[in-house]
Write a protein that binds this ligand. Structure first.
Ligand SMILES: [Zn+2]
Length: 219
């Protein structure tokens, strides 16, 4: 059984790494963001609650997020394990999780803030079909024009330096106490996320194959 949590700032390549782990170990990818989006798209009660919070600029409550994760894990479709992505987002959520489940490793993908900023400022989105581009990794054939539909490529309004920095600061402030908690339990694997995707993936796999220092006789 492989039970992993994957963490990292927006733009660190977490989604890709989660997907590669899923394929490598036949895991289930549990993305809290995807679950929220599903509920919103399917107009469930929960989706309405999430939508309301987002519209009012509020955070989705810990209780709601915990309920979602718990319900998802109770589906028990993860015979070989799971990669949890987008949870926990603060220390109380992490404590809640550890009360009910054990984790084999917490994969922390580290990318310096200036690199994240550069990556996010390079994101573009087709104004017509919504396809994502990145001027670093995934350039359109013709500058400013969507390869697929010919639509104009735009930047998301919240992908400006000020907004990104504020999101990053918020992320680091909330994440540090979570990582501290997991570090106490010797669960954290730190990986340099500035490397190529396949290098990041093989580094993660190498670490996962080694037994963690846990129970090495120190206590
Ligand atoms: Zn397009």
């Amino acid at each position: 059984m492989h039970k992993y949590i994957i963490m990292g700032a927006q733009g660190c390549g977490k989604g890709t790494q989660a997907q590669l782990l899923v394929e490598a170990y036949q895991l289930v990818h549990i993305s809290v963001g995807d679950i929220f989006r599903w509920h919103i798209a399917n107009r469930t009660k929960l989706g309405a609650r999430v939508n309301r919070a987002v519209k009012n600029g509020q955070l989705i409550s810990d209780e709601t997020v915990e309920e979602i994760v718990q319900r998802r894990l109770q589906e028990h479709d993860w015979n070989f394990g799971f990669v949890l992505d987008g949870f926990p987002r603060n220390r109380p959520q992490a404590e809640f999780f550890l009360e009910g489940y054990d984790v084999d490793a917490v994969i922390n993908i580290e990318v310096p803030a200036d690199v994240v900023l550069r990556r996010l400022l390079s994101r573009r989105l087709c104004s017509q079909c919504g396809l994502d581009y990145n001027l670093i990794y995934h350039r359109p054939a013709k500058t400013g024009v969507c390869d697929v539909c010919g639509g104009e490529l735009i930047q998301r309004p919240d992908d400006n330096e000020k907004a990104i920095n504020s999101r990053l600061n918020d992320f680091y402030a909330k994440t540090k106490p979570i990582l501290d908690l997991f570090r106490e339990k010797e669960l954290v694997i730190d990986v340099d996320g500035t490397q190529a995707q396949d290098v990041v993936h093989s580094t993660i796999c190498r670490h996962l194959a080694q037994p963690l220092a846990k129970g090495d006789g120190s206590d």
